[in-house]
Design a protein around this ligand. Structure first.
Ligand SMILES: Nc1ncnc2c1ncn2[C@@H]1O[C@H](COP(=O)(O)OP(=O)(O)O)[C@@H](O)[C@H]1O
Ligand SMILES: [Mg+2]
Length: 289
């Protein structure tokens, strides 16, 4: 069965896509990078993917190379009940709702409203029949924007940087997830923990990895994302790393993570010389040229 067939089959079982909030209240752990590149890898496998930039900093909006005009209508409008049509990106099959300048004020404005944590859930409902995956890039805080994301989501994905403080503060996120389950989204599940910026030569990284795996077991993806300079360069070219340099270790790791998430064993593992370019990725490679 081809990846596309598997994708169609999995969605046809439920008739709706899955909303994945990518959250961790720490900044700089790889949330935005994971959203951009995992979404791209899934789209390259034939999935229809929507990315919602819910961080007022707009790093995902910049990372997809969207012009400032695109920020006129985006996640603020979604939260305040306006109709928003996602814009195209350079990745076929991947659409995007950018951040908008007003998002900074949205948390304050929403505070006095009833049902305030359900705004995003209501706004995303119509998209569930159009997309296989909807990723929400959360801001580095556990405020009302993240609560909206967790209330709207089926699952939450947690990127963790392999550093000494990786587990610190995680209890706040887990408590917040429990609170959301108790109040606004009883079905919220953990999609998985992604280890990012991993350096195999670094003892500390390896010990953080074993701690995280000991704590969270099978919820930690087998695929880890290595620290890779190409991954950090790509946003300045307004491109996901898969379109910037598909052969680099970072791009290959995100392909592997996408394959793990789709439960596809058919996508070959990454190879150091970058030769693993599955047929499904040719569209993305072409778009990069
Ligand atoms: N695998 C990686 N290798 C190298 N740099 C990375 C990697 N992942 C993320 N970065 C860099 O780390 C910084 C923080 O990543 P980002 O995804 O913006 O984190 P967050 O969204 O959690 O704040 C960015 O400059 C990004 O380019
Ligand atoms: Mg970010």
């Amino acid at each position: 069965m081809s990846p596309n067939d598997q994708m169609n089959e999995s969605r046809s079982k439920t008739g709706r896509g899955r909303i994945i909030a990518v959250a961790n209240q720490k900044g700089g752990v790889g949330k935005t990078t994971t959203v951009i590149n995992l979404a791209t890898a899934l789209a390259a496998c034939g999935a229809t993917v929507l990315v919602v930039d819910l961080d007022p900093q707009g790093n995902a909006t910049t990372g997809f190379g969207l012009p400032d005009e695109a920020r006129a209508s985006g996640s603020y409008q979604l939260l305040t009940g306006s109709k928003v049509e996602p814009c195209e990106t350079i990745v076929p099959g991947l659409k995007f709702i950018p951040t908008s300048v007003d998002l900074v004020g949205a948390e304050l404005e929403l505070v006095s409203e009833g049902q305030r944590e359900y705004k995003l859930k209501a706004a995303l409902e119509p998209f569930l029949v159009r997309f296989d995956y909807i990723f929400i890039d959360c801001p580095p805080a556990l405020g009302l924007l993240t609560l909206n994301a967790l209330t709207a989501a089926d699952t939450v994905m947690v990127p963790m940087q392999c550093e000494f403080f990786a587990l610190e503060g995680l209890s706040h996120l887990l408590q917040t997830i429990e609170r959301v389950r108790a109040h606004s989204n009883p079905d919220l599940e953990i999609e998985g923990f992604v280890l990012t910026m991993y350096d195999r030569r670094n003892n500390l990284c390896r010990s953080v990895e074993s701690d995280v795996r000991a704590h969270f077991g099978a919820k930690v993806y087998t695929s880890v994302i290595p620290r890779n300079v190409r991954v950090s360069e790509a946003p300045s070219f307004g491109k996901p790393v898969l379109l910037y340099d598909i052969g680099c270790a970072g791009a290959q790791a995100y392909i592997r993570l996408a394959s793990e998430i789709m439960d596809l064993d058919s996508v070959p593992p990454p190879v150091s010389h970058g030769g693993a370019t599955p047929r499904q990725f040719s569209r993305a490679s072409e778009a990069a040229e």
